[in-house]
Design a protein around this ligand. Structure first.
Ligand SMILES: Nc1nc2c(ncn2[C@@H]2O[C@H](COP(=O)(O)OP(=O)(O)OP(=O)(O)O)[C@@H](O)[C@H]2O)c(=O)[nH]1
Ligand SMILES: [Mg+2]
Length: 238
């Protein structure tokens, strides 16, 4: 049976150090497991030339680069990338470029969608999942972030940026993420029915620099406030 065609967006800003290795790893997992994957890298004119590396690889891998003129943010990058996904893809997804998200669980994520789940989330917070080499401060921040959003859904890893969602689950859904958390926006708003959490061990980035800063924490709280307001006052929410 043909596997479910998917499109995965990888937003990038200054990821030249690792992007080629990542794209080759996704291709290798795809080939070994018969996946039908289109990868769309959305690069915001990275000064380190990430976009040019992806353009070169596009001649040999099922990958292409959407170039945006400047740093416009992770979440809008994912949404812009999805808009260009090939029509045959039945699911859309997102993954970070820094090898934090384990490419080896992609076949399980696709299998979950094929078996009736509308959403497959790469999860640090179910049995078998975890985090390596994160400072305690980061672990606590992530746990608190998930706890704050917990009443919105049953998904445990709510701040995961690694997921695949059935395309139809996003129909007529207005995604309006303020900061980094496109995953939370999808988990809280999309019409996906059942969600599967596929465990993986998150590894901190080994090359490149983090783009997470205090402002993203503030953005997250603003996003939560909007999501709760929309739940509590569905007709009043913008
Ligand atoms: N296109 C685009 N991509 C971005 C932007 N900001 C971050 N990214 C990408 O989004 C992904 C996640 O960013 P990270 O810096 O890894 O953020 P994080 O995972 O929360 O933090 P660290 O892993 O600690 O660095 C990476 O692939 C980044 O290159 C942006 O403004 N535009
Ligand atoms: Mg990262």
């Amino acid at each position: 049976m043909a596997t479910l065609p998917i499109s995965i967006v990888i937003p990038t800003y200054n990821e030249a150090g690792g992007i080629e290795k990542l794209l080759r790893a996704i291709d290798a997992v795809g080939k070994a497991n018969g996946l039908d994957t289109e990868v769309i890298v959305v690069d915001d004119n990275s000064p380190d030339g990430t976009g040019a590396i992806v353009d070169r690889l596009a001649t040999e891998l099922p990958v292409r680069c959407l170039h945006r003129p400047g740093k416009l943010g992770l979440s809008s990058g994912v949404i812009d990338g999805w808009k260009t996904a090939r029509p045959e893809s039945k699911a859309l997804g997102a993954m970070d470029a820094d090898f934090s998200h384990d490419v080896n669980i992609l076949p399980k994520m696709v299998a979950a969608l094929e078996s009736g789940y509308g959403l497959a989330v790469g999860s640090r917070y179910v049995a078998g999942g975890g985090i390596t080499n994160w400072p305690t401060r980061r672990i606590i921040t992530s746990r608190v972030a998930c706890a704050l959003a917990r009443p919105l859904t049953g998904v445990k890893d709510l701040t995961s940026g690694y997921f695949l969602v059935r395309r139809e689950a996003l129909e007529n859904v207005r995604l309006d993420p303020i900061g980094f958390k496109i995953g939370l926006e999808v988990i809280a708003k999309a019409h996906y029915g059942k969600a599967a959490e596929i465990p993986y061990v998150f590894t901190d980035r080994i090359v490149g620099e983090s783009k997470l800063n205090q402002r993203e924490i503030f953005n997250y709280l603003k996003q939560l406030r909007k999501l709760y307001a929309a739940r509590l006052f569905p007709r009043g929410a913008a």
